[in-house]
Design a binder for this molecule. Sequence first.
Ligand code: ADP
Ligand code: MG
Length: 403
Amino acid sequence: MKLEPVKVVHVYYKPMREKIFVGRLAFKDRKIFFEYDTRFIEIGLNLSPFKLPLKSGVIASNDFTFDGLFGVFNDSLPDGWGRLLLDRALIKHNINPGSLSVLDRLCFVGSNGMGALIYEPEAEQTQAIQHDSLDEIAEEIAEFQEHDNDKYVEDLLNLGGSSAGARPKILMNLEGEHWLIKFPSSTDPKDIGAIEYAYHLMAKDAGLDVPKAKLFPARKGFGFFGSRRFDKTDNSKVHMHTTSGLLHADHRMPSLDYETIMKATMHLTRNMKECEKQYRGCVFNVISHNRDDHSKNFSFLMDSNGVWCISPSYDLTFSSGPSAEHCSMIMGEGKNPGISQLLELAKISNIKKSEALKIIDEVISSVSKWSTFAKDAGISHASVKLIDSTIAKIIKESRKICY
Ligand SMILES: Nc1ncnc2c1ncn2[C@@H]1O[C@H](COP(=O)(O)OP(=O)(O)O)[C@@H](O)[C@H]1O
Ligand SMILES: [Mg+2]
């Protein structure tokens, strides 16, 4: 593994086989600059309309939310798990991770990032090992996390180094489909994968658009949650932008509220159906107590004609959020949001009250069937009980107002 510091990075958009030059990123005098290529401006694909709109000339970044990087490129950088792996691999090779600029980090992403952007010059990639099972990978993760053993760090980097999010994960091609598979971190409950699978089943039943997902069996324990990637097929990639990158909203702190998420959805998609889908997701998060609803857990996809929609919902699970509140407040309420906040949110989003009540009703009816989904996913008795009592309380409060 080598570090060759760069001052200029070339960005390409590669939705299909052909790559299209987007522009140049440069680092000078501790500042980051970007310039769109004239031909890309002519094509007219607005990859990041709010914070890096298409325009000619050099654009200097004056926002240090992401170490001065523009949000659309920051979305390509791994944060929690992927960043940790790269840093540990660098240390193993006597390279100080602190000496890397964000541009150097983009070179390590190269052509393996999520979404359709690629970065050159691409840093040398680590070697892949052939694995017989997910259990083998889980053991490598456990060695790394629990025993501080960096023997497998290059392999883990190869498997999941360009993924985002805190939890260990890998990106894998399974019979021609591209999957993202998550593993428990050392502090997670052992049945976290099964819980996420139960939430997936529940969200699907509640009418949310969710990717194809599976609970992959584990030799020991409850299984690994995986979902089919919605940004990649064998011969195409889709441009993906998180709300964090789109609005320069740091996901490590409560930096968003649902009012902003709904407004961003309307501005970007200009499609009421997309707003209703986003709204349904919000209702689901409130009713099912999914409070890890930070800015990186909402994304948008842009097709090759420049049309935006919201991505399928992901990272849906039982979670308590910072100080037991939602990361994103619902009309000013983070601790105990209920139907009145949800109806207020519908109102400012121009969703009719009758439609909002219908969505709320459908979500409540699916979340009420929690124990059935929990049984299908085979989660532990303790988790079933805890989640059951928490959501039962939310539903009871909601029904007082709904009916
Ligand atoms: N099915 C999927 N297809 C494409 N990208 C995904 C998919 N699921 C998650 N992602 C992306 O991967 C990131 C990490 O996944 P997530 O489930 O949020 O993991 P974590 O629990 O570690 O936060 C998300 O922020 C999202 O950008
Ligand atoms: Mg996440």
